[in-house]
Design a protein around this ligand. Structure first.
Ligand SMILES: NC(=O)c1ccc[n+]([C@@H]2O[C@H](COP(=O)([O-])OP(=O)(O)OC[C@H]3O[C@@H](n4cnc5c(N)ncnc54)[C@H](OP(=O)(O)O)[C@@H]3O)[C@@H](O)[C@H]2O)c1
Length: 296
């Protein structure tokens, strides 16, 4: 019997690019989705499709056993993901693993969490085998701050609050464990790092591995929004302000054991992330960016 084939959406993105090799290591077939014709993805059959184009999705879904559903933040992300889930069910896909977010709830003051909750509740209703992964803040979001970090600082409206931020490699490896394993139908896993860290601790970890003096600045929310406006659309600026207010209230600091439970080894620590990516933060700035916010 052939190994099951998984369609990975967002295969060139933050989590997806680590998920493709993690699935291959576990012996699964991978169909990697990208919008760009001619883009090869190592170890996978590449399929060109767009989440906004149902015809291309029908072809991408044809003959796959399972799907990993992940799309970037967008105002229409919930509608796009809901349509994809429906198309997957119509195509006879047996399992869907959904990438959601820590603390997704329908009545959250954070729009991203409401959008994720809307997709979660749809996926639970449609009768597919499904598993929901709710990762916390991505440590890899720091890559979006590399230019200001190269100047010695990064900022966000979070104060001294701690967040159990996660290395996205652990999200990918947890997703691979779910897709290759059994007993995960109907489960929701909150994925976090092994401890909750403040942004001051993040700055210290980056300083330690680069030998540079990197500091964190607590930026008021209105200044944070002003720095981002004109760079990001208003919905995204406002969403990021809501996200950081949620972090600042200490609502994203719980530590969960799901990464270790699923993968059989501890979640990577902030210090592991910093050590493995020291070169990214050591470089001199190529150009100035206005703030060091985590891109979403
Ligand atoms: N950042 C955080 O801290 C955090 C925390 C928890 C949850 N999340 C969630 O993680 C999710 C992913 O966010 P991310 O920023 O890491 O994005 P990402 O997965 O890196 O997204 C980029 C990927 O999306 C693909 N893509 C973009 N538009 C597409 C379209 N119309 N159709 C098909 N594919 C498309 C791109 O592929 P191609 O360019 O190759 O087509 C690329 O692979 C979001 O739902 C976010 O809410 C983020």
């Amino acid at each position: 019997m052939n190994a099951p084939t998984v369609l990975v959406t967002g295969a060139t993105g933050t989590v997806g690019s680590a998920l493709v090799p993690a699935l291959r290591v576990r012996g699964l077939g991978v169909r990697a989705m990208t919008r760009h014709a001619g883009r090869d993805i190592d170890g996978a059959e590449t399929v060109v499709a767009d989440l906004k184009d149902p015809v291309s999705l029908a072809a991408a879904l044809d003959g796959v056993d399972a799907v990993f559903l992940n799309s970037p933040s967008a105002e229409d992300a919930a509608a796009v993901q809901i349509r994809f889930a429906d198309l997957a069910r119509e195509a006879g896909v047996q399992r869907l693993v959904l990438l959601s977010q820590y603390a997704a709830t329908a009545d959250s003051p954070v729009r991203f969490l409401r959008w994720h909750a809307e997709v979660e509740s749809h996926v639970r209703r449609i009768g597919l085998d499904h598993t929901v992964l709710r990762p916390n803040l991505y440590l890899q979001g720091l890559f979006g701050m590399a230019a200001t970090i190269a100047q010695g600082w990064f900022g966000a409206p979070i104060g001294d609050a701690t967040v159990s931020a996660i290395d996205t490699r652990d999200i990918a490896e947890s997703a691979a464990a779910v897709l290759a394993g059994t007993g995960h139908d109907g489960r929701t896993y909150t994925l976090t790092g092994p401890r909750a860290v403040s942004h001051h601790e993040i700055a210290r970890a980056l300083s330690d591995v680069t030998g540079r003096d990197i500091t964190f600045r607590d930026v008021p929310a209105d200044r944070f929004a002003a720095m981002l406006s004109g760079i990001l659309p208003p919905w995204q600026v406002n969403g990021l302000v809501e996200d950081y207010a949620h972090y600042a209230r200490g609502e994203a600091s719980e530590v969960h054991s799901s990464v270790a439970d699923l993968t059989g080894r501890p979640a990577r620590d902030l210090t592991d992330f910093a050590r493995d990516h020291a070169a990214v933060f050591a470089a001199a700035p190529a150009e100035k960016t206005p703030t060091g916010e985590a891109a979403r």
